[in-house]
Design a protein around this ligand. Structure first.
Ligand code: BES
Ligand code: ZN
Length: 853
């Protein structure tokens, strides 16, 4: 039988901790199976607290001794930790515990990865290291001593500045008060790629990226990204780094992408290591963004942290927004915006419109790890973007200065954040705050009217019920609008309409001829837009819109309409779409990266969501067939153009990962994938053989596999890269991605028997199971084999790594879209998972919420 239902934690129940921590000193005596952690913590009663119970979190710890003011103390074991009787005055707590890093496969707390010690403490991992008030509103300075057998662990790192070190020990001091979730320790045989940075006030900072021997050649790009991030945060936000050193460590076994521990960021090696031969342009761009993201947390997350985990978007939404601004500045603003909207629609919209829907600031949870979601992150960043749009750039900058001034060193709430904007702008933001508490994607509908010389836009909003929220109030929706004339000239530059009512009309007088509106420019709000316009209008906007985002969106709308008509009525691909797109591809004044995005089309999963919303039952096979047919039509209709496009976008000279050459490669590779349908893989084979970088090699491999001509390339690729874990992840993924729907589950199944399928490594597990779940037609293939295979492996992984298991359960979140047979098969699998003995709290919460759809 399963354990009793896990406990639910509520935002409304927040109370401060009964004690203040003045200092923490820790000694680690590292041992793979028996590490000792000695803690000396200075506590004093918190005058602002009402509950003075002395409770310390602790999980999977063996308590060796505990003392208060030097005297042994009796502790009481309670759910999730221990209690003790303490003096009503300042006191010193000393404890010694033993932990087993080697046995820690959950990768939370102190664990081992390839013989190296490392930690992951966010959100609640510190309690697996020692007894402590493991909550983000308890902040303290930390002093550290690490001791280990010097032969295996010559390098020993922690937060802050390195102090004394010698044979078998190293001391560290972190002068900035921090919550325990920002604690980090790394020890092992590591090599540094070093550099330095001088801050705006002239302070030198030692920089290092630490890697396992053999990975030294993959650090240079990450280091450049770090220095660019440091400069950018000084120039754009006025924020300077605050320690003498900044260290980054790459680890192979990591649940997430990376972690912003104070002064010691820890990265999944896939998110920091890159060389031209082994990493794609996409990897380089992502690495640059993640380095920036974690670095930016130093101010938005570390110096100003969260009061409790319900406020997670305070640091994550803001930091995602900041890293997006950084990428837009380093690369192309419209391309970054389009990429982000594609990701939002692929990840956040399904979440917000399904059983896992929750507010940007959730009001309850069972396992906080389940709330590091696309909604908290991506919608959380959209909310900041809307706030900036509404108050303007200058007011945004002023508010941020006030935020840093007022709250430095504090653990804050969304109320604090909003208050800063209200105080600095004088605006009432109470309605805006609904973006943090109401879940679901608002639907905005537009109707146009033209009378006399006045053009009117009638806007309305509604929001479908979501779990726990049947009725919704209208939200503040910034709708950026521009008007064009028949020639495509802008007759009204972009202005922001503030939709605050359920229905509202906006008039534009003085237009002698009927203007053509371009609505929701730059995707100014995370909503769906219904605007009944025909394909002539869309083709016009595709050709003429002066807003780069909406121009792309017009092409997207044409593609969607063409696909839906193919699925529903068997219609041939739309000529308006193909012709419009062709003209655009030929326009060499347009950024190649932008044209490459134009060549894309709505994903199959997005089409399934659209059909479901229209009240139909999506058929994954029909959606797949229509999507393939549209790609085939593009190949045929652009037959003359493709070789030229491919040739014109070959990049000469040594590989550079910058936006310019990367954009050219993305257009050339998009062309190649269509061209392969015409030349049977001749060009792709040549590219594969000649490739001197992973971007060209992998896209050629993908094209060849798509044409069923990839066998030789596949084994050559494996032989070349069998010793590079990150590249072998790509080797697995690409084969599943390019498999025909009927072969997806069998391909994935076969991989689980492969000698390299190291399923306890999250990257490898995701390379196979994550990609299986993302192959829409393959995962939803009618025999249900994909569902069973995924469920089998989630059941197997859960006792080993609950966090990664639970995250991957979201593959089933869209189940109610599909026909009864598929729903039945998925329900069977969800119930099978839910019925496992000892199922983790993480996975229990996820499958329960999904089943309650
Ligand atoms: N603080 C998170 C890492 C994290 C997430 C720790 C969940 C514990 C649980 C970090 O700042 C982060 O957000 N990382 C992202 C990448 C980022 C670029 C959005 C990640 O790991 O995916
Ligand atoms: Zn983050």
């Amino acid at each position: 039988m399963k354990d009793a239902a896990p406990q639910t934690i509520y935002l409304k129940d927040y109370t401060p901790f009964g004690f203040i921590v003045d200092s923490v000193a820790l000694t680690f005596r590292l041992h793979p199976t028996a590490t000792r952690v000695l803690s000396t913590i200075r506590f004093r009663p918190n005058p602002d607290a009402t509950d003075n119970r002395f409770f310390l979190h602790g999980e999977q710890l063996t308590l060796i001794s505990a003392k208060i003011n030097g005297t042994d103390v009796t502790t009481r074991t309670v759910e999730g930790g221990i209690e003790a009787d303490v003096p009503n005055a300042p006191f010193t707590w000393e404890a010694e515990v033993e932990i087993n890093p080697q046995a820690n496969t959950a990768l939370e707390g102190l664990y081992m990865s390839n013989g190296m010690y490392c930690t992951q403490c966010e959100a609640e991992g510190f309690r697996k290291i020692t007894y402590y008030p493991d909550r983000p509103d308890v902040m303290s300075t930390f002093d550290l001593r690490i001791e280990a057998d010097g032969d295996n662990t010559p390098v020993m790192l922690s937060n802050g500045n390195g102090a004394e070190s010698g044979a078998g020990f190293a001391n560290w001091t972190d002068p900035w008060p921090k919550p325990a979730y920002l604690f980090a320790l790394v020890a092992g045989d590591l090599i540094a790629h070093e550099d330095s940075f001088t801050t705006m006030s002239g302070k030198p900072v030692k920089l290092a990226i630490w890697v396992r021997p053999g990975d030294e050649h993959k650090c240079a790009f990450g280091m450049e990204a770090l220095k660019k991030s440091m400069t950018w945060d000084e120039e754009v936000y006025g924020r300077e780094y605050d320690l003498d050193e900044f260290n980054i460590v790459a680890v192979d076994d990591f649940n997430m992408g990376a972690m912003e521990n104070k002064g010691l960021n820890i990265f999944n090696s896939s998110c920091v290591l890159a060389s031209p031969e082994t990493a794609t342009d996409g990897n380089f761009e992502r690495i640059e963004a993640i380095i920036a993201h974690e670095y930016f947390h130093n101010w938005t997350g570390n110096r100003i942290t969260c009061r409790d985990w319900f406020q997670l978007c305070l640091k994550e939404g803001l930091t995602v927004f900041r890293d997006a601004q950084f990428t837009a500045d380093m690369r192309s603003e419209p391309v970054k915006r389009i990429d982000d909207v594609i990701a939002l629609r692929a990840r956040q919209f399904p979440e917000d419109q399904g059983p896992l829907s929750h507010p940007v600031r959730p009001e309850s949870f069972q396992e906080i790890n389940n709330f590091y979601t696309a909604t908290v992150y991506e919608k959380g960043a959209e909310v900041i973007g809307m706030l900036k749009t509404l108050v303007g750039d200058e007011a945004y900058a002023k508010a941020l200065d006030l935020y840093f001034d007022r709250h430095d060193g504090q653990a804050c709430t969304i109320e604090d954040w909003i208050q800063v904007f209200e105080d600095s702008t004088g605006r009432d933001l109470s309605q805006f705050k609904l973006w943090y508490s109401q879940s679901g994607t608002p639907e905005v509908t537009v109707r146009e009217e033209y009378e006399g010389d006045t053009f009117t836009l009638h806007l309305s909003q509604k929001s479908a019920p979501t779990p726990g929220q049947d009725q919704k109030a209208p939200q503040v929706i910034p709708v950026a609008v521009g008007l064009l004339n028949d020639n495509g000239d802008e007759v009204l530059p972009t202005q922001v309409l503030e939709l605050t009512e359920t229905e509202q009309s906006f008039t534009f007088p003085g237009h002698a001829t009927r203007p053509i509106p371009s609505i929701l420019r730059g995707f100014s709000a995370p909503v769906t837009l219904t605007h009944d316009i025909d394909n002539d209008r869309r083709a016009f906007l595709l050709a003429h819109d002066t807003d780069a985002f909406n121009r792309w969106e017009a092409g997207r709308d044409l593609a969607r309409d063409s696909l839906l008509k193919a699925i529903q009525q068997g219609e041939a691909p739309s000529a308006a779409y193909l012709d419009g797109l062709k003209a655009l591809l030929r326009d060499d004044s347009l950024d190649p990266a932008y044209r490459a995005l134009m060549l894309g089309q709505p994903s199959q999963s997005e089409l399934a969501a659209t059909l479901h919303k229209m009240g139909e039952t999506p058929d994954p096979a029909a959606i797949h067939a229509a999507s393939e047919a549209l790609r085939e039509a593009k190949a045929q209709s652009f037959a003359e153009l493709l070789p030229a496009l491919y040739a014109a976008n070959q990049v000469e000279g040594p590989y550079r990962p910058d936006a310019g050459p990367a954009g050219q490669r993305s257009l050339a590779n998009a062309a190649l994938s269509l061209l392969t349908r015409l030349d049977g893989g001749e060009t792709a084979a040549k590219q594969f053989d000649a490739a001197d970088n992973m971007t060209l090699q992998l896209s050629a491999l993908g094209a060849l596999l798509d044409a069923a001509k990839g066998e030789d390339a596949l084994s050559a690729f494996y032989d070349q890269w069998q010793n590079d874990r990150l590249v072998i992840d790509k080797w697995f993924s690409m084969q599943i991605m390019q498999a025909k729907p009927e072969n997806v589950a069998t391909t994935a199944q076969a991989f689980t028997q492969h000698a390299d399928f190291d399923w306890k490594n999250p990257n490898r597990f995701r390379a196979v199971m994550g990609v299986l779940a993302m192959h829409h037609a393959g995962f939803h293939f009618e025999d249900g084999a994909g569902y069973t295979l995924l469920a089998d492996w989630l059941i197997k992984l859960d006792p080993v790594n609950p966090q990664t298991t639970a995250r991957m359960c979201s593959a089933f979140q869209t189940w109610k879209r599909y026909d009864e047979t598929r729903q039945g098969k998925i329900r069977t699998e969800l119930e099978r998972i839910a019925g496992q003995d000892g199922l983790s709290r993480d996975t229990t919460e996820m499958v329960t919420r999904i089943l309650n759809a």
